[in-house]
Design a protein. Structure first.
Length: 336
């Protein structure tokens, strides 16, 4: 029999048996995944707090450094904000103060005031007689006995003019006419002081922002370095956790909570320092403003600003810890 016939007579080979299907992974119910996520966060939350409490001196030293670093820009901000509130009236003033010649009596001053009120660019004119000026000076200066020794009243008549100009105008057109009038001795325009004060406050605001940014960076570096030292001390423990299958998130989470704790504790100490500084300065400032007859109240941080400070410090702590742990985990997992 030929080979072709043998091949034809042979029965066909049976088909290979089907491969067993891979078992499907059982899907974790939503509630179980949520419970596992919650338990992991609780573990990171309480374990980080327990490690901070286990080394109180090192934790206290770090918190004190963070507290003073955060308190300095807060104190600068409060000083700037109180100065801005104190100068708000001067910056909004638009009056032109006109001092008449000593030879101009009250009748001539009243005639000049009526003449100025008739102008279209004048909103209001207030006349202050020499007697009114002397009485006001006597009340504010406290030199009543010395003023009684004067033979006469050396003060001239004064006109306080409110020009009709826009709030952002440089100077009114009325100013040149007043300076050219022979009956007027001196013209004082508050806008010059307002521009100078606005420039000083703008510079102070920029200084506060730069100073706060530098100290915020210092806070981030301090927390990052502290967490890095903690990672170095737990290197073997982290390696064992990675060998038994711990994820990067599980390893990173306690350190992130530690950074948040450092930020919260440091901001709390900073707010306490600011409150103590405000309490220490409140009495001298009240006596100072009482001596000048001023009505100004020193104000501190409102509750929303305090919460913003605490939240910002916690965020800085989280960022510092995240950067350090990510760098450590990027080095790779240990091999069994």
């Amino acid at each position: 029999m030929s080979r072709q016939a043998e091949r034809t007579a042979r029965p066909p080979a049976p088909p290979p048996p089907p491969r067993p299907a891979a078992p499907r992974r059982a899907r974790t119910p939503w509630r179980a995944r949520t419970a596992a996520w919650r338990d992991q966060h609780f573990y990171g939350f309480f374990s980080s707090l327990g490690r901070l409490a286990a080394r109180p001196w090192a934790t206290a030293l770090t918190v004190f450094v963070l507290g003073f670093a955060l308190a300095l820009p807060l104190l600068f901000f409060l000083a700037f904000d109180n100065a801005r509130s104190l100068s708000a009236g001067l910056r909004e003033a638009r009056e032109v103060t006109v001092f008449l010649q000593p030879a101009q009596d009250v009748r001539a001053a009243a005639a000049l005031a009526d003449e100025l009120r008739a102008r279209a660019d004048v909103l209001a004119v207030q006349l202050r007689t020499p007697e009114q000026g002397l009485a006001e000076f006597r009340q504010l200066s406290g030199f009543g006995d010395a003023l009684d020794a004067l033979d006469g009243n050396p003060l001239p008549s004064v006109l306080v003019i409110t020009p009709r100009i826009e709030a952002d105008a440089d100077q009114p057109a009325l100013l040149a006419a007043l300076q050219a009038d022979a009956r007027i001795d001196l013209v004082q325009y508050d806008a010059a002081w307002r521009r100078k004060l606005s420039g000083i406050l703008g510079f102070g605001e920029r200084v506060v922002v730069v100073f706060a940014a530098l100290l915020a960076l210092a806070t981030l570096l301090v927390i990052g370095n502290t967490v890095r030292m903690d990672i170095q001390g737990r290197r073997e423990e982290i390696a064992v956790m990675q060998l038994i299958g711990a994820s990067n998130g599980f390893v990173r989470r306690p350190f992130l909570y530690a950074g948040i704790w450092y930020g919260l504790l440091g901001s709390t100490l900073a707010l306490l320092i600011v409150a103590l500084a405000e309490l220490a300065l409140a009495g001298p400032i009240e006596r100072l403003q009482a001596s000048y007859g001023a009505r100004f109240a020193l104000h501190g941080l409102d509750p929303w600003a305090a919460l913003a400070v605490a939240g910002g410090a916690a965020l800085l702590g989280w960022l510092g810890a995240y950067a350090v742990t990510t760098r450590h985990l990027a080095a790779g997992r240990p091999r069994a």
